[in-house]
Design a protein. Structure first.
Ligand code: FEO
Length: 384
């Protein structure tokens, strides 16, 4: 696939993967992107997952059209991109590796060598000259590992953005970008909003016409749309107006309260009500929704003097990613000593800029008329 006359795509689609990074379902597979920049000198941008060595080397051979690569630029050492470094260097003994100092340390851990005899160590603002263009490197620590660099091609005005602007889904999938890019961002990079903001600030100084990430489609048009979303996500801003309800229910009584609340929210004009049953939904979808909307209702039962396990996991996932700037309401259920609200609030006590709703709901076993009035008051409060 041609990106420009001098930049070619040599990545692969993984349609057999069960869980990306050992935890994320990817119903439409995953793409591991890699690129070749053809100039007086030739640079290969990253490798691909270990299961696609032959396919990737074949793509590379086709793109090289009989020439030999001079550089392998390693932007990120996570094995979905770095697994074939050693294979590449054995196949092309004259090529050198271009990467950050931390990346070479990690290479030593993965491959037993830091390629001291054939490497170029780059840092913020370092360049290599390919003849008709320069590649300029910028550090992007923790987006999403510490060694990450991104690369700017000053001829084609392409930003090679590593995991930034990545997305779940193979490239032969026709699907909405934001949905799977948001789940990817909050799942994988979400903890590092500050670091992503720092990368966006560097990108803002560049004249970018295309973004080539390590996962997901190459972005060639309307780049402001993608950059604005990344800015919202990494600054923990509210992307969409609405309320998300995340719940667990053992015998259906908490679920009944959630259904009543969802209905009342709609009746009160809430533009969007997203409901996630934490025991049954994809946890990464629930996490992405929590960061997408500005208001959340957490509904769960008291369980072993604590809260139901899926809710505990969910709140831990939010805390791990620095959940903040949101309005939170609680619905608790307990048959003899309901304490779930107290437990949930305690779990969130270090989250910043949280507004707690005044009208929380406490159920004892089954929803009563009094609870329905409480749900009504909560719906009105959240829709004010
Ligand atoms: Fe796609 Fe962080 O590796």
């Amino acid at each position: 696939m041609k990106i420009t006359d001098t930049v070619k795509y040599i990545g692969v689609n993984d349609k057999n993967i069960d869980l990306f990074e050992g935890q994320y379902i990817v119903p439409n597979g995953m793409a591991y992107n890699s690129y070749v920049i053809i100039d007086a000198k030739i640079a290969v941008m990253d490798t691909v997952d270990i299961n696609f060595t032959e396919e990737w080397l074949g793509n590379l051979e086709n793109a090289l059209d009989g020439r030999k690569p001079d550089y392998l630029v390693v932007q990120h050492m996570e094995p979905d991109h770095s697994a074939n470094i050693d294979v590449f260097l054995k196949k092309y003994p004259e090529a050198v590796v271009v990467s950050s100092a931390i990346a070479f340390k990690i290479m030593n851990q993965f491959f037993g060598t830091d390629y001291a005899e054939r490497r170029v160590v780059v840092n913020e603002g370092s360049t290599i000259d390919l003849g008709g263009r320069k590649l300029i490197f910028y550090t992007a620590p923790m987006v999403h590992w510490p060694e990450v660099i991104v690369t700017y091609d000053n001829k084609e005005k392409i930003l090679f953005s590593a995991d930034g602007f990545g997305k779940f889904g193979a490239l032969d999938t026709d699907e909405d970008w934001a949905c799977e890019a948001r789940r990817y961002y909050f799942g994988i990079v979400g903890k590092y909003g500050v670091q992503t903001q720092a990368l966006l600030k560097k990108a803002a100084t560049l004249d970018i016409e295309k973004i080539c990430p390590l996962h997901g489609p190459i972005l060639t048009e309307n780049l402001g749309y993608y950059i604005d979303l990344y800015n919202t996500w990494s600054s923990y801003g509210v992307e969409s107006e609405g309320v998300v309800i995340a719940y667990t229910s053992v015998y259906g009584n908490t679920k009944k309260a959630v259904e009543i609340l969802a209905q009342k929210l709609k009746e009160n004009g809430c533009p969007k009500v997203a409901v996630n049953d934490l025991a049954r939904c994809d946890m990464a979808e629930a996490v992405e929704d929590a960061f997408r909307y500005g208001k959340i209702v957490l509904a769960t039962t008291t369980y072993n003097s604590d809260i139901f396990p899926f809710m505990r996991t969910f709140i831990d996932e939010l805390k791990e990613r620095g959940y903040k700037n949101r309005t939170i309401a609680f619905v608790e259920n307990g048959s003899w000593a309901p304490t779930a609200t107290t437990v949930m609030k305690r779990m969130l006590e270090n989250s910043k800029n949280i507004t707690y709703a005044e009208n929380n709901v406490s159920i004892k076993s089954a929803v009563t008329d009094e609870n329905i009035d409480q749900l009504d008051a909560l719906a009105k409060e959240l829709c004010k």
